[in-house]
Structure formats: structure tokens, C-alpha cells
Design a protein around this ligand. Structure first.
Ligand code: BES
Ligand code: MN
Ligand code: ZN
Length: 496
């Protein structure tokens, strides 16, 4: 999709659709007055009859309009002042634009509203992201698509605004939207299309396109690296495992290093501790952490952020077979910790254990890992909230701040020492399950054993990474959750 941004008056924008955001307390002044006049007072009438309220994400479509250049007009509510946040405006513009992308080859003009709680630059970035995200759905394998990319978009700025700054914001939004779409597409790919080797190839391609350093560990290399816990998980699969190491460095000398690590279980059957069908149905999504890492690295490189970031992905398939790892097996993890396997479905933490230990040995100042790690986190926080777990409050606050600014609901969970009791083993240093209670926390306490005391945040995205149903503001399937937050974290990264 191509876009342009100019100070074109709303009424002269030439497009199939003109989208105009309307705050809940709107007055018919300025551009709204010109639009109302061109429409022969139709906005006034809609307001009077209570058909145009400006309530957040409420839309009013007018077809066959006369008096303006666009063929159709779509009003979208921008809510009250305290709703005009990243999350609120994101919801409003996604809802509006998604109504248009159900038809092919649409052209759209979007007015950039001013006088809201968020700045015009922030709103421009939100609109540009929404234009990208709204054009892609779950149609990878459908003859008749339900959703189409837009043909072109115009962003309409107020006269007198700083067009250079707004264009930069639109470029940034487009890059972020593309990164979110990459993560969504990877999650949506079926598990027999996207498996560890094909995922690694895709990562290599992305890396080549945007100038990232890329190293891929095959099985002999993984053995050499002593990634025995990760290898054990993959043991029952006919697919070969991979670890991908991406690196991007445009930081001034002496800058700190950030490492992001993603769980990439391309299919989680549960292994010998086999999942029932209902739980297994969506387990192609168990690589969402790795997909987020790849999307984030792509965006950081395209935005040329002045940072040093590594992106690590642990790619395996968890399958039952005669060669699968067994309950009672003891693994020697890369950092020497021994692990008793009490449930082959608690595989994500085994994969992350070895990749985290590699991240530490490579030399890093801070770590963030992302994983669809536990159903317990979904029970605790629901399907829309990311669980955060950390060994360093300053670092966790940086992450929570970035998430809040980007409108991605994230909630910190406790990490008290006594949770360690629950992962003790009779025959090894630790075991990979913690029993029935506090399952998201015991999983995080497990991971903590592998970060070598480095400032670290674990993000459990088991709920929000995959949407079970389609809503007006978002498509079902992969969501790309936390891509925006991680890009924002990298943009504002400081050593804690
Ligand atoms: N991949 C699952 C967690 C998951 C559940 C992700 C629901 C997305 C949606 C993970 O590997 C898993 O199976 N965890 C077990 C851990 C248990 C066996 C200790 C769980 O949550 O039941
Ligand atoms: Mn599992
Ligand atoms: Zn899993």
C-alpha cells in the first residue's frame, strides 16, 4: 500500500472513503464546520438526532455523499479525553479502517485529528500502523479473501502542521504495522508449513532484507552448545530443531546491550503428556514469542534505532513418538543445572532455559523473554493481558512503562523466594512443573535459574498472542502483541 501525507482540506480529498474522527465533545468548528457546510448541514442534523455521538470506536457510514470529493464518508468516535490514549485511538482507527478493508482495492483518506489528548504525531503513527494491520487477515489459505490490503491512503494534516515530522511518524507507524503483520502471519501459518527449519529460513530472509546479522544453529551446533534441554524437547519430532541468533548494532561505543528471547515451539502437542484435542487445536501459536522477536528485530533495523540488540529464537516441535523424551528423564541444561522432566507439556521453559543461558554467555546487560508459556497465566489475567515477571524492578519498570505508552495491557506478577520450594526435585536440581497452584509464577521461577542474575523480564503472552475470535477492532488469530512495546523499549532503552 502506498501513502501520502499533505495538508489537504478534508472536503477536497479524492478517495473511495474519507474517515473523520469525532471526539465525544466535538463542536462544529474549524475543519468540522467546513465539512458540515459542504454536506449542507448533515453533521449538525446527525448530532441533533443523536446519531453522531463521538463515543469511542462508534462508527457512522454515509454512502453516496454529495458536496465533498470523496464518494463515502465514515465517522468514527474518538471518545472522551481520557480515552484518547494509544489504546483508545488504536481501537477507534482499527475499527474504522477494518470496515473498509473487507473490499478489494479501496482507496482511503484519513483526517488526522488535532486538539486531542495524544499529539498529532502520535495519532499519525497510530493511523499508519492501523492502515497496515487492517489490510491483513487470516486469509492465507482462502480462495475468497475476507480482507484486502488498501490500494492507497492519504493522511490529511491540518494546515500549518509540521509535515516533515508527521511524515516521519507515518513512516514509523508503517514499519511497526508491517512488523506486527509479520508476527501475525507467522503465528497464523499452519504448523506443517512453519516448522523450525522453515521458520529459521524465513528469519534468514528477513535478516538479509533489513541488514541484520543472522546465525543459525543446526543440530550438531546445538549439541556443541550443550543445549540439551532444548534438544530433549525436540527429540520426539521428525523435524530438526534450530536456534536463530540475530544481531543489530547501531549504538555508540559503550552502549548497553539488550537481548530479546522468544519461545518458538512451532507445534505443541504436549509430547507424551499429550494435550486433549481442544487444548491442542491452537498450538500452532506456540511460536508467538519467537515471531514477536523477529517482527521486533525487523522494525528496529528498518527504523535504524541507535541501539545494540540481539534477538534469539529457540525453535522446536514438541511431539510424542518412540524417540520422545520421557517423564522421569533428567536433562543437563546448558548452564549445568539438572532438570527432572515431570511433564513433557511443560516444554517451553526447557527451550528457553538453554537459550537464556546462551544469551547470558554472549554478554548482555538486560534480557526480555517472550513466551506462550502457561495456561495458568491466562487463568490468572485473562486472554487480553500480558503477565510480567522480573528479578529487577528498575528494568521491569522500563518494560511496563513502554507497554503502558503503547497501550498493551501488562501486569506484573510476584516472584517471592518461597515459590522456589515448588520446583524442587528429589533427584535433580529442579523439576519442570510446580504443581497446581501459581503455575505462571513457578514457570517464571524456573526461567530465573538460567539468567545468571542479569536484569530480566519474562513476558507470558499465552493469552493475548492468539485471539480466539474476530472483533470489530481486530482479527482473530495471531495478534502481534508486544511488538510495539518492544520497539518502544528499544527506542528508550537505558541500562537499569
Ligand atoms: N504452550 C503451552 C501454554 C499455552 C496454553 C499457550 C494456552 C497458549 C494457550 C505450554 O507449553 C503448556 O502446555 N503449559 C502447561 C504447563 C503445565 C504442564 C505445567 C500448561 O499451562 O498447562
Ligand atoms: Mn506445552
Ligand atoms: Zn508450549
Amino acid at each position: 500500500m502506498s501513502w501520502q501525507l499533505d495538508a489537504t482540506p478534508w472536503i477536497s480529498a479524492d478517495a473511495e472513503w474519507l474517515i473523520v474522527g469525532v471526539p465525544e465533545t466535538f463542536e462544529l468548528t474549524g475543519s468540522y464546520a467546513s465539512l458540515d457546510k459542504a454536506l449542507a448541514g448533515q453533521m449538525t442534523r446527525l448530532k441533533e438526532t443523536g446519531d453522531l455521538t463521538g463515543k469511542l470506536a462508534e462508527t457512522v457510514a454515509l454512502r453516496g455523499v454529495q458536496g465533498i470529493k470523496a464518494r463515502r464518508l465514515l465517522f468514527v468516535g474518538l471518545g472522551k479525553g481520557d480515552q484518547q490514549t494509544e489504546a483508545g485511538l488504536n481501537k477507534a482507527f482499527l475499527t474504522a479502517i477494518r470496515q473498509i478493508t473487507s473490499k478489494t482495492q479501496q482507496t482511503v483518506a484519513v483526517a488526522i485529528p488535532s486538539g486531542l489528548t495524544s499529539t498529532p504525531a502520535a495519532i499519525t503513527r497510530i493511523i499508519a500502523s492501523a492502515l497496515q494491520i487492517s489490510g491483513e487477515g487470516q486469509d492465507l489459505y482462502r480462495v475468497e479473501r475476507a480482507r484486502y490490503p488498501l490500494a492507497s491512503a492519504q493522511l490529511l494534516a491540518d494546515t500549518g502542521s509540521d509535515l516533515t515530522a508527521l511524515r516521519a511518524a507515518a513512516t514509523e507507524g508503517t514499519v511497526i504495522g508491517d512488523a506486527v503483520n509479520l508476527a501475525r502471519e507467522l503465528v497464523n501459518q499452519p504448523p506443517s508449513v512453519l516448522f523450525p527449519v522453515s521458520f529459521a529460513q524465513r528469519a534468514e530472509k528477513v535478516a538479509a532484507e533489513c541488514g541484520l546479522k543472522c546465525e543459525i544453529f543446526d543440530e550438531p551446533r546445538l549439541r556443541q552448545e550443550r543445549m540439551n534441554a532444548l534438544l530433549a524437547v525436540n527429540q520426539g519430532s521428525v523435524q530438526a530443531p534450530r536456534v536463530v541468533v540475530l544481531e543489530y548494532n547501531q549504538a555508540p561505543a559503550g552502549s548497553p546491550t539488550l537481548t530479546i528471547v522468544g519461545k518458538g515451539v512451532t507445534f505443541d502437542s504436549g509430547g507424551l503428556s499429550l494435550k486433549p484435542t481442544d487444548s491442542m487445536l491452537t498450538m500452532k501459536c506456540d511460536m508467538a514469542g519467537a515471531a514477536t522477536v523477529l517482527g521486533t528485530m525487523q522494525a528496529i533495523a528498518k527504523l535504524k534505532l541507535p541501539v545494540h540488540v540481539r534477538g534469539l529464537m529457540g525453535l522446536v516441535e514438541n511431539m510424542p513418538s518412540g524417540s520422545a523424551f520421557k517423564l522421569g528423564d533428567v536433562m543437563h541444561a546448558r548452564n549445568g543445572v539438572t532438570i527432572e522432566n515431570q511433564n513433557t507439556d511443560a516444554e517451553g521453559r526447557l527451550v528457553l532455559a538453554d537459550v537464556l543461558s546462551y544469551a547470558v554467555d554472549q554478554g548482555t546487560d538486560c534480557i526480555v523473554d517472550l513466551a506462550t508459556l502457561t495456561g495458568a497465566c491466562v487463568v490468572a489475567l485473562g486472554e487480553e493481558v500480558v503477565g510480567a515477571f522480573s528479578n529487577n524492578q528498575g528494568w521491569c519498570d522500563q518494560l511496563l512503562g513502554a507497554a503502558a505508552r503503547m497501550g498493551e495491557d501488562t501486569w506484573q506478577m510476584p516472584m517471592w523466594d518461597h515459590f522456589n520450594e515448588l520446583i524442587k526435585s528429589e533427584i535433580a536440581d529442579i523439576r519442570n512443573t510446580g504443581g497446581r497452584w501459581g503455575g505462571a509464577i513457578t514457570a517464571a521461577k524456573f526461567l530465573e535459574k538460567f539468567v545468571g542474575g542479569k536484569p530480566w523480564v519474562h513476558l507470558d503472552i499465552a493469552g493475548p498472542a492468539f485471539a480466539g475470535s474476530t472483533k470489530p477492532h481486530r482479527e482473530g488469530g495471531g495478534t502481534g502483541v508486544m511488538v510495539k512495546t518492544l520497539v518502544e523499549l528499544a527506542r528508550t532503552f537505558k541500562k537499569p
